[in-house]
Design a protein around this ligand. Sequence first.
Ligand code: 3HC
Length: 315
Amino acid sequence: MNLEQLEKAFQDKIDQEIKIEPKDWMPEAYRKTNIRQISQHAHSEIVGMLPEGNWISRAPSLKRKAILLAKVQDEAGHGLYLYSACETLGISREETINDLHSGKAKYSSIFNYPTLTWADMGAIGWLVDGAAIMNQVMLTRTSYGPYARAMVRICKEESFHQRQGFEILLTLSKGTAEQKAMCQDAINRWWWPSLMMFGPKDTESTNSDQSMKWKIKRKSNDELRQNFVDMIAQQIKFLDMTLPDPNLKWNEEKGHYDFGEINWEEFWNVVKGNGPCNKQRLEARKKAWDEGAWVREAAKAHADKKANLEKTKAA
Ligand code: 3HC
């Protein structure tokens, strides 16, 4: 087959909802887009451990500490599935991690905001993980097989994360005046950055058109953001709190909530590395990588020893 025929056969497969697997022929740009998106996603999971990790030692009870620990560990697991999915596209884990450390690869803007109070653990679970699931449910049907399969388990765990976040806020919302204020303050600070997680407006989204044709993405940034606003605008009623947007209003005609304009200058500023915690987050990741060198070496030595032993036994 010539290139044109290969490309046609590839697109036909996608149109027929047949998953693309690692050994299948794929256009170079499809491979690169998946590496970009999956590695960015993996980095987000790993960097995303930092803001919450900050509260493990300060959780208000042993029960809360155990739950938070489990959640942060889940995020590490998500990162590992995603790095593995990325490796099936022919890029090594080391290369993807180097790209994060050098600043070449992006990770979600949301993790560059600080976690100032315990209520932030609730707001992150409810809003940040809630936004993540809204986007990731569609990714369980993404066209690249290993990515789609990794997303199934990730989504199950993420919905537990979202519920635990909501439960933290629900408890605070029924507490003392101080606890209620803490709850509202966390919602105020995390609301707009959560909306930014969905990426730029469709008209500004450089990758969307092609990613939709390849069914890497199945819903647009704006469509997912709107679904998220509609969901949260309803759920907040149970907390008896408010969202910090005077323009948030049900639009009967559209069957959706209208909402205010996102501060896109702030979004791009954070994406470009100038958010409140970008520097701190990357430094923490690099430090963990350097300090973990001996663990990687020991694991490799152990694996080599085991393989040699098996070889000797087989001989
Ligand atoms: N933060 C940082 N960069 C962002 C961004 C964000 N919130 N949203 C978009 N961008 C970047 C894009 O990466 C792209 O830059 P690039 O071409 O250099 O990579 C540029 O802005 C233009 O955006 P596009 O809309 O064209 O980009 P995409 O088509 O890739 O769409 C996306 C962006 C919707 C985030 C998509 O990449 C995606 O669905 N990614 C997978 C999911 C993911 O990474 N989620 C991150 C959160 S994970 C998480 O929250 C963990 C949970 O456990 C808490």
